[in-house]
Design a protein around this ligand. Structure first.
Ligand code: GRF
Length: 209
């Protein structure tokens, strides 16, 4: 037995959870040498929570409207992450902006995946925006989370070619495939303490469909 102590991390979700499932699979297959300590969601009925329950992962779901302020529920979230022993946080389709207070609690320890090649097409409609702009290439970006919207420093990107016949659905599917390959690898780098050295070196790789 080696003395390697597995890092524990949290995954925050709001939606379908396909990235969460890719991360769960990668943990189970040993591609990620770490452990999900808790899955946090602001949508108690989202599909992503089914994935975590099926995998027997502790979950914490909350309804923002039941709190008087963002700080109030963020204190609870931070507490739950701490109790679960989480060293970093992986946002996987979490649709809420984190407050500067929360970001400061986990400085350089929160990552996100975004469905475009940032800094192009930040925001919530990145895939549609790329189509409407007539872009020939888009992709996904893993980045550290700072106080802004999709502005934190970029860790890795993967390109996806946009074909003439792509629509929102087909392009979303291609980008998801790229995300499911890229995100677990980057989560593993964080688990193995390899991220800071590589942070400025983009791991870009073209995948054609
Ligand atoms: C992904 O496309 C990700 O880039 C964005 O939200 C989406 C989440 O999808 N941040 P899923 O819930 O992981 O299927």
């Amino acid at each position: 037995m080696s003395g390697f102590k597995k890092k524990i991390f949290a995954v925050f979700v709001s939606g379908i959870g396909s990235n969460l499932q890719a991360i769960i699979d990668a943990v189970e297959n040993g591609i990620i040498k770490g452990k999900i300590g808790i899955v946090v969601s602001d949508k108690p009925n989202c599909k992503a929570l089914e994935c975590s329950r099926l995998a027997n992962i502790k979950t914490f779901a909350f309804e923002p409207k039941k709190f008087s302020s963002r700080k109030e529920y963020e204190i609870l979230i931070a507490d739950e992450c701490e109790k679960a022993g989480c060293e970093f946080i992986v946002l996987a389709g979490y649709m809420r902006l984190l407050s500067p207070w929360f970001v400061a609690q986990y400085k350089n320890r929160i990552i996100n995946i975004h469905p475009s090649l940032l800094p192009n097409f930040p925001g919530t409609h990145a895939i549609q925006d790329a189509i409407e702009a007539g872009a020939k290439m888009t992709g996904c970006t893993v980045h550290f989370v700072d106080e802004g919207i999709d502005t934190g420093s970029i860790i890795a990107q993967r390109e996806v070619v946009i074909s003439n016949d792509d629509d929102l659905d087909s392009l979303t599917e291609k980008i998801h495939l790229a995300e499911h390959e890229l995100y677990p690898k980057i989560v593993n780098l964080l688990c193995c303490n390899k991220i800071e050295k590589r942070q400025l070196q983009t791991l870009a790789c073209v995948r054609k469909f």
